[in-house]
Design a protein around this ligand. Structure first.
Ligand code: SAM
Length: 245
C-alpha cells in the first residue's frame, strides 16, 4: 500500500481531512455558500467531502474540485455518483497552482491544503485569482496555540499563533465574516479517527499484506501526535471576503 492508500484508509471514518466535526462544517459552509446557485471551487479538495456537502444541501450549486491525488478523486467521483450529484461536480487532477478555469467562482474553499501553495497567504492569493466579485473564501490552516517543540515543527511545518495568523490575513486585504477554532474535542477526534481506524484495519487482518505496516504506521503517527504536537497545535477555519474589491 502506498501513502495515498494508507491516507484513504485512515480517513474512512472521518472523511473531512481536517479537525472539524459535521456541525462545524455545515455552519461554515452555510456562511460561505451564500447563493443557492453558487459556483464553488475547492483547491486541494481531497475526496471532495466539503463540495459533496454543499452539493447535497443546495440542488442548484455547481462545484469543481482540484487535487493531485487520483485515489482521492476516484473516491470523490464514486461518492458523488452514489449521492446523485455527479452531474454537478467537475474534478480536475492537476496541481492547484496550475488550475486555470475559464470562469470565476462565488466561493473558493481550501482547507488543510495550504502546503500546495507554500503557506496561507499564497493560498489566499490563489483563491483570490478564482474569486468572483463579492465572493467568499473558506480557508482552514494550522496555528500554534503554544510555542511548538522542534519535533512539532519538523512534523507539521511552521505556523504563526492565532492572533498573528488573523492579523496577517487582514493586512492582506481580507475581512473575516466568520470563523471557527477547532475544539479540543474536534482535534482529538480527528487524530483518534485516523490512527484508530488504521490500527483496527491492521488488527482485523493478521498476516495479510499491509496489516503489519498499517499497525506500525498507526502506532508511529499516534506517537508523533501525542509527543510532538497535541498540546501546541490548533486549527482555524476562516470565512473571508475582500475588504475592498
Ligand atoms: C489534508 S488534505 C485536505 C483535503 C480536503 N480539503 C478536506 O478538508 O477534506 C490535503 C489535500 O491536498 C492535496 N494536495 C497536496 N498538494 C497539492 C497540490 N499541489 N495541488 C492540489 N492538491 C494538493 C492532497 O492530495 C490532499 O488531498
Amino acid at each position: 500500500m502506498d501513502h495515498e492508500q494508507f491516507s484513504a484508509l485512515a480517513h474512512t471514518s472521518h472523511p473531512i481531512k481536517a479537525p472539524l466535526d459535521d456541525l462545524s462544517v455545515r455552519r461554515l459552509l452555510g456562511r460561505a455558500v451564500a447563493r443557492p446557485d453558487a459556483r464553488v471551487l475547492d483547491l486541494g479538495c481531497g475526496t471532495a467531502e466539503w463540495l459533496l456537502r454543499a452539493l447535497t444541501a443546495h440542488p442548484d450549486v455547481l462545484a469543481e474540485g482540484v487535487d493531485v491525488s487520483e485515489t482521492a478523486l476516484a473516491t470523490a467521483r464514486e461518492r458523488a455518483a452514489d449521492l446523485g450529484v455527479g452531474d454537478r461536480l467537475a474534478l480536475h487532477r492537476t496541481p492547484a497552482a496550475d488550475f486555470a478555469p475559464p470562469h470565476r467562482f462565488d466561493t473558493v474553499l481550501s482547507v488543510g491544503s495550504s502546503h500546495a501553495f507554500g503557506g496561507l497567504l499564497p493560498t489566499l492569493a490563489a483563491a483570490r485569482a478564482h474569486l468572483a466579485p463579492g465572493g467568499s473564501v473558506l480557508v482552514g490552516d494550522g496555528f500554534w496555540q503554544r510555542p511548538p517543540t522542534p519535533e512539532g515543527v519538523a512534523i507539521l511545518g511552521d505556523f504563526d499563533d492565532l492572533a498573528t495568523t488573523v492579523d496577517r490575513v487582514v493586512a492582506d486585504g481580507w475581512t473575516p465574516v466568520d470563523g471557527h477554532v477547532s475544539s479540543r474535542q474536534e482535534l482529538d477526534a480527528y487524530e483518534w479517527a485516523c490512527w484508530g481506524t488504521l490500527a483496527a484495519w491492521g488488527l482485523d487482518r493478521p498476516g495479510t499484506p499491509g496489516a503489519a505496516d498499517a499497525l506500525a504506521r498507526s502506532t508511529a503517527r499516534l506517537g508523533e501526535w501525542l509527543h510532538g504536537y497535541r498540546d501546541t497545535w490548533g486549527f482555524v477555519t476562516l470565512v473571508l471576503r475582500r475588504t475592498s474589491e
